[in-house]
Write a protein that binds this ligand. Sequence first.
Ligand SMILES: Cc1cc2nc3c(=O)[nH]c(=O)nc-3n(C[C@H](O)[C@H](O)[C@H](O)COP(=O)(O)OP(=O)(O)OC[C@H]3O[C@@H](n4cnc5c(N)ncnc54)[C@H](O)[C@@H]3O)c2cc1C
Length: 358
Amino acid sequence: MTDVLIIGGGIAGISAAAALSPHCDVTLLEAEDHLGYHATGRSAAVFLQDYGNTVVRALNMASLPSLQALTGVLSQKSFLLLGRPEERDDFLRDAAALGVSETSVDTARAMVPILNPGTCAYAAVRHDIWDLDTDLLLQTFLRAARDGGAILRTGVRVKKVARHKGRWQVSDGVRQFGADVLINAAGAWADAVAIQSGVAPVGLQPLRRSMARIAAPAGLDVNSWPMMDGVGDRWYAKPDAGALLVSPGDADPMPPQDAWADDMVLAEGLARYEEMVTTPVTRPLASWAGLRTFAPDQALVIGRDPTLPQFFWLAGQGGYGFQTCVAAAALTAALITGHTPDLDASCVAAVSPARFVT
Ligand SMILES: Cc1cc2nc3c(=O)[nH]c(=O)nc-3n(C[C@H](O)[C@H](O)[C@H](O)COP(=O)(O)OP(=O)(O)OC[C@H]3O[C@@H](n4cnc5c(N)ncnc54)[C@H](O)[C@@H]3O)c2cc1C
């Protein structure tokens, strides 16, 4: 059996461990004391099938049936795009991209009574997006990985990666791990792991995205409210267990790190949301940020490195790591075990790291 070592215990690494463990000896190494500590633990937990470029959408759609088959992982929601009076052109562009249909502001206000008729000039809606129970999904993959025999190690920060007699030798400075194939699922650190492993980076860029949790406006029951999105991703909000998550939609380039929310960025984003509603924003109950890590063309990077095939990329999940995870993990397993991928060949080529070789 092929020995596979996965670096990174986020949704990417854990879903790959689940997909591979029936076929390979899998060990997953996570630097932090808890799995899912970085981007994976900080998401907005939404599945929006028309979010991302063409390749990302293909992965979304390929993941959807399996996610739907997992009881309780997806629950249907509505989605409202909202535009200000001066944003007509951008509103129409975003509406087309997100697959939403224009509706009246009155209809939108029937869904979200606090919308401000003075600033909400345009509204568009769709009723087929999903809330994603990220904890349940993660636990489902973890159970599958363990049932398949995968070994999951936390508190192991890979510091040295070397090749010896055709195998990988990986160490955190204390412990040694060997493998035939190394999977780089290190999120914001994936380029750094590649460099450590003697492989050229692909140009991944972590972008910070912040989030605040605020009390339900005016004590209203917000649970049935749709996800709301400001034109141009200038803010978005969604109900979250009786409260409201509001994001400034920020995308600030950052080095790989344990990201935190910048107070000013958060305040400006909350102000953009507040303009669109009739209730004042109260002091956040909590705030956080995470890094969404993108390849230069915003598609995921999945496949064997063209210069060193034993080095496998599973990176560049951007803002779509959950909604693409089933298809990304299945592709990883197919390419490593030598099976024909379910995805069509053009999609496999579009995510391959070979696309960065000039
Ligand atoms: C605010 C926000 C909202 C989001 N909303 C959504 C959403 O609604 N829907 C959606 O699908 N996606 C969303 N995303 C994106 C999604 O969260 C990410 O795409 C996904 O979590 C990335 O998973 P990952 O496993 O690649 O990275 P991570 O979760 O960051 O995991 C990588 C892991 O690798 C580990 N690691 C790195 N280097 C080493 C090393 N040397 N040794 C050992 N371990 C190492 C890190 O410690 C880390 O835990 C959102 C992201 C953010 C930040």
